[in-house]
Design a protein around this ligand. Sequence first.
Ligand SMILES: Cc1cc2nc3c(=O)[nH]c(=O)nc-3n(C[C@H](O)[C@H](O)[C@H](O)COP(=O)(O)OP(=O)(O)OC[C@H]3O[C@@H](n4cnc5c(N)ncnc54)[C@H](O)[C@@H]3O)c2cc1C
Length: 399
Amino acid sequence: MIDLMPTSEEQAAAIVRAHQEMNRPLAICGGDTRSGFGNAVAAEDRLRSTRLSGIVAYNPGEMVMTARSGTPLAEVESALSESSQMLAFEPMDHRPIMARSGEPTIGGVFAANVSGPRRIIAGAARDSLLGVRFVNGKGEIIKAGGRVMKNVTGLDLVKLIAGSYGTLGFLTEVTFRVPPRPKTERTLLLSGLNDAEAANAMAAAMALPVEVSGAAHLPLTVTWKFLAGKLPEGEATVLRIEGLAGSVDVRIEKLAAAMSVFAAVTRLDEPESRRLWREIREVLPYADGTARPVWRVSVAPGTGHQLVAALRLEAGVDAFYDWQGGLVWMRMEAGPEGELVRRYIKALGGGHATLIRATGQARAATAAFHPEPEAVAMLSQRVKEKFDPAGIFNPGKMG
Ligand SMILES: Cc1cc2nc3c(=O)[nH]c(=O)nc-3n(C[C@H](O)[C@H](O)[C@H](O)COP(=O)(O)OP(=O)(O)OC[C@H]3O[C@@H](n4cnc5c(N)ncnc54)[C@H](O)[C@@H]3O)c2cc1C
């Protein structure tokens, strides 16, 4: 694999034009921490954003940042932290579960629409993305959206690029919202609920006017892995409250009063709360150094536990839940069981299952992304042909 690392957008465009003319495919890559996602890519050359780095514009008062796509996520987060701002969608770091090294980039975050626990109230990465610059498959430089929040020009293009995994364009620059960071946080922990009871409790919590910003359920098989084994005994259903200290205290007491009908409640202070949500976001229980298949399933919040219960009758499954039960992280004991997983998702009303981790062999035999309905697949195909008519970007990755 030859790495091509342009230092400017024009250089990137020239590389793409040359590859289009030669009909020579390109694997698109940032810090190489998430490039294991999806189906195997058939390309000998790799176009990397690593040298397109640096924050282009950041005025905290505007609550908007523009950065080149290869800027390390750590650099973005450290600049935001200095101004008490953040990426509201709380992107996970995939290195622990994928056993990767390398430096995650801000472009990679948006290309894969990486969104963590706060998504249930703050939206996904794509909802924070206001503008992009990218090179399409013809080697043309395209600009969509912009820095001004009210400017809706090109917004659909922006949404399309987020989550396209480098199959539509090579991102060179991203502009995104950066709201204030909550001053503090605390977590309420309910002990001993089974999966179905936890789903009910989380639904009740989300319906309260206390702004729960994280709702996860950790069954017995995983609780011991969090906070170095210091969670109270039994299953843990955890609810996060963020904001100013006084307001957090008032809201957590309201929440505790309402939740005490479901289970015994404990409170976690800021340091444990922060650590716990980072561990949930990073899927710590399955950062186990193995290549056992890991699925990320996104379904309606009330159906996640039903999916797991149904699968358990036919396969070895370990699972825990984020997003009020709507995001299910599943580790399979043996093969990925892709057909089984998708059959049950369909039977329970639909959703998405994405194969995040697997051996090369299992990956070759399983579609990594959820098959699209025929009409959507046709639309995707037309979009792909428009952006990349020669099909040189990440061929095969999304099917
Ligand atoms: C709060 C909440 C409530 C929900 N409620 C329901 C519900 O009631 N019922 C229900 O069925 N689901 C529900 N869902 C799940 C929802 O329908 C989708 O499964 C989910 O939004 C998909 O987003 P994602 O975060 O999984 O991944 P995304 O990155 O947004 O992408 C989802 C999948 O789309 C495909 N994809 C992404 N970009 C492209 C592209 N450019 N070209 C082709 N394919 C692409 C990929 O297969 C990818 O894995 C809910 C989700 C949330 C967050």
